[in-house]
Design a protein around this ligand. Structure first.
Ligand SMILES: [Zn+2]
Ligand SMILES: [Zn+2]
Length: 145
C-alpha cells in the first residue's frame, strides 16, 4: 500500500508527503464517496497541520488523471470515488449518503455505455447517471416514526 501511494503521487506529478499518502490511504477501498471536506476532517486528528487546499488540490489532481472519480451528484459538494470502473450512483436526499448502483440492475442492463460514442452528433467522453431519492434506511425510519 505504501509503495502504491508513492507511485500514484509520482505518476501524477505531486510531491510525496505523508499527508498526501494519508489521503490516498483513506480513499483506498472507501465506499462512502467522501467529499474533500469530510476527508480533511478525518485527517485533522492525525495531521493537525494539513490544509484544506492540500486535500482539495490532491483530490482534483487524482480525478484529473483518472485515478479517482469526481461525482456531481451531491448538490452541495463534490464527492469522490476511488472506484473508477463504470457504475452508477444513488443519492439520498434525506441523509446525504451516496450509494453504488450496479450496472447489472435489470433496466440498466439494457444500457451499454461502451456503445455510446456520440449523441446528437456530440462526442461523449463520460456518462454519469444519478438517481436521487430516499435510501432504504431513511425510508424505514420515516415509516417507523
Ligand atoms: Zn438516507
Ligand atoms: Zn461509486
Amino acid at each position: 500500500m505504501r509503495n502504491r501511494t508513492i507511485e500514484t503521487l509520482k505518476e501524477i506529478g505531486l510531491k510525496v508527503t505523508p499527508q498526501r499518502q494519508a489521503i490516498l490511504k483513506l480513499l483506498d477501498g472507501n465506499r462512502s464517496h467522501p467529499s474533500a471536506d469530510s476527508i480533511y476532517r478525518q485527517l485533522l486528528g492525525e495531521y493537525p497541520r494539513i490544509s484544506f487546499a492540500t486535500v482539495y488540490n490532491t483530490l482534483s489532481k487524482l480525478a484529473g488523471a483518472g485515478k479517482i472519480q469526481e461525482l456531481d451528484i451531491d448538490p452541495i459538494k463534490k464527492r469522490f470515488d476511488p472506484r473508477t470502473a463504470l457504475h452508477y450512483h444513488f443519492y439520498c436526499t434525506s441523509c446525504g449518503r451516496v450509494f453504488d448502483v450496479a450496472c447489472e440492475t435489470p433496466f440498466l442492463g439494457t444500457l451499454d455505455p461502451a456503445g455510446v460514442k456520440t449523441i446528437d452528433g456530440h462526442r461523449v467522453d463520460a456518462i454519469q447517471l444519478n438517481f436521487k431519492g430516499v435510501c432504504k434506511e431513511c425510508a424505514r425510519k420515516q415509516r417507523g416514526s
